[in-house]
Design a binder for this molecule. Structure first.
Ligand code: DX5
Ligand code: ZN
Length: 211
């Protein structure tokens, strides 16, 4: 079954605890935490303390999506803060394999993310990744339109993950309309912000995305 990951960047910060409890009750499978540094992307969001706070109340896994330059400098601290899986961008580092090994040495899981303009090249070190994330939009902001031209790349990544047992995640522009197609391709995790939070009907929206 497809897993649904609310991107908590859309949660009401003033009521964060209540939001987390409501999303869990509504059937969220994991929380997607967007970390942006104002450099790799043109926006700034959360740091370690936010992850630490979520960890205290979350009963479901925390998957942290690092949109930061040189992620190797910070992966360890995001793991110590409570991330169950940390995804970094392939464009942001010159040493992806070392990051994968480092995270595994800390006994946590690791994902590798691809921006829309980055080709998915099934390099051999990727066999060690636990998750491949294909962006459906240019990262930085929620509520953007899904780029349909990503579909062949998503299919190519699916063929790869079928051979390696990694999870395939799609993030950005996911909505009820395109979710069916993404599920059919075999996407394992659908991330959504706007499609879950906008009308506050968490349970209904999560079920609709799951199909
Ligand atoms: C985009 C972030 C996404 C974003 C998704 O830069 O990585 O996780 O919050 O938002 P929606 O689902 O509204 O496109
Ligand atoms: Zn994200």
């Amino acid at each position: 079954m497809t897993m649904i990951a609310p991107s908590v960047v859309c949660a009401d910060l003033l009521n964060l605890k209540q939001e987390i409890l409501l999303l869990q009750k509504a059937g969220a499978d994991l929380f997607h935490i967007d970390v942006m540094d104002g450099c790799f992307v043109n926006n700034i969001t959360f740091g370690f303390d936010y992850v630490k706070s979520l960890k205290k109340i979350s009963k479901i896994p925390l998957f942290t999506h690092l949109m930061i330059v040189k992620p190797e400098r910070y992966v360890e601290r995001f793991i110590k803060a409570g991330s169950d899986l940390v995804t970094f961008h392939i464009e942001a580092t010159g040493s992806p394999e070392a990051i994968i090994d480092r995270i595994h040495s800390l006994r946590k899981k690791v994902g590798v993310a691809y921006n829309p303009e980055t080709e998915f090249v099934p390099k051999s070190f990727l066999k060690k990744a636990d998750l491949i994330l294909i962006m459906g939009v240019h990262p930085g902001f929620s509520h953007q339109k899904f780029i349909e031209a990503m579909l062949p790349k998503i299919k190519k990544a699916k063929e790869f993950t079928l051979r390696t047992d990694a999870l395939l995640e799609v993030d950005g522009g996911v909505n009820r309309e395109n979710a069916a197609m993404l599920r059919e391709i075999g996407v394992d995790i659908l991330v959504a912000c706007g499609a879950i939070f906008d009308d506050k009907r968490y349970e209904e929206n999560i079920s609709a995305l799951r199909g």
